[in-house]
Ligand binder design. Sequence first.
Ligand code: UDP
Length: 405
Amino acid sequence: MNTAFDAIVVGSGFAGAILAERLASQASLRVLVLERRNHVAGNMFDAPDENGVLVHRYGPHIFRSDSERVIAYLSRFTEWHPYQHRVLASVDGVLVPVPFNLTSLDRLFPRETALDLRRRIAEAFPDRIGVPVSELRRHPDEALARLGQFVFDKIYRNYTLKQWGLPPEKLDFEATTRRVPVRLNEDDRYFQHRFQGLPQDGYTALFQKMLAAPGITVRTGVDALEHLKPDADRGLILADGQPFHGPVIYSGAVDALFGCRFGALPWRALRFEHESLPVTQFQPAAVVNYPNEHAFTRITEFKHMTGQVLEGRTAIAREYPLEFRPETAGSGGTEPCYPILCEESAALLKRYQEEAARIPNLHLLGRLGEYRYYDMNDIVTRALEVSDALLAALPSKTQPSSRER
Ligand code: UDP
């Protein structure tokens, strides 16, 4: 490992795949990618089910971005299926758009009340298209504050409790729900980004293409932590017992890298119950949220997103959040999916970051490596920035070629 490779990348989600692709294609580095699962693409992995319906195994992934650089970069590896994501939530037996918008208001309130609230919203927020629910709850207009409380109770409180295992007050609720403001118009698109879509041939194909850059070796089914040992006291990372001096990009869980020596970071895991059904359509939108009913948070029907046209067959997945148990990670048990943003985790994270910073060639990256609730577009941006910095810092014999592939 030490002589055969110039860089080691742990994980093959966006963080790992982009770093591997950049280092290999721009600096001709020999890059080893270690992936614990038996496939690449991390949680973006998709594959056809037994009926040929393309399924996102780890839940719905809808790409969106406002960054020219991100869009141009990914578009080198895929064509796009344009798609605007729409989500409904079941509230008191009625399906309403989420983020909660003026249509949701009309569906849940008597006509006169809805009209009155619409007038108050127009007056209170003349120039805004969205408002965090916490701000609405605190609004000086009591009718609007009551609306905020209603939305909080019906849409956020129980969903958040189910999703995170913690009540909203124990979480960094603003950061957690920033993508889901209350919408002050009738726009029912879940995201507002200029560019939205899914890779035409699926995410797995996109990742395979990225990782096909000459110089990249991918080993799936390999637990990197059986080979890599950080030694912060010596400022080193050992690969199979020998110091490895090239860049090591680690996108696994940061606490696991250090054997959870300061204590385990809290992570939320998910269990997906996939089902193939002999019907053309199961539900009216790609995602239906169930804030207040059932043990699952949402049901996804993938064909709405992928645009596949298939008569008499569809595939859905129910999402059950659950506690992450480190002892079962990697053995078919729970996987860390979401960092739980709260005061305790912030303090613990800082200790791991300080430890990692003692090893100059170790770079933590991604949702698990940085313990950040990244969206896909955020991590692509970040991975490109980290690649720029690493490429710029390489010794001159491996300076990036001026040619951008
Ligand atoms: N959320 C909620 N009710 C909803 C949708 C979202 O309370 O109907 C909150 C919840 O805390 C959730 C967060 O907003 O975890 C972010 O939702 P998003 O759909 O962006 O989550 P992801 O797709 O990352 O699981």
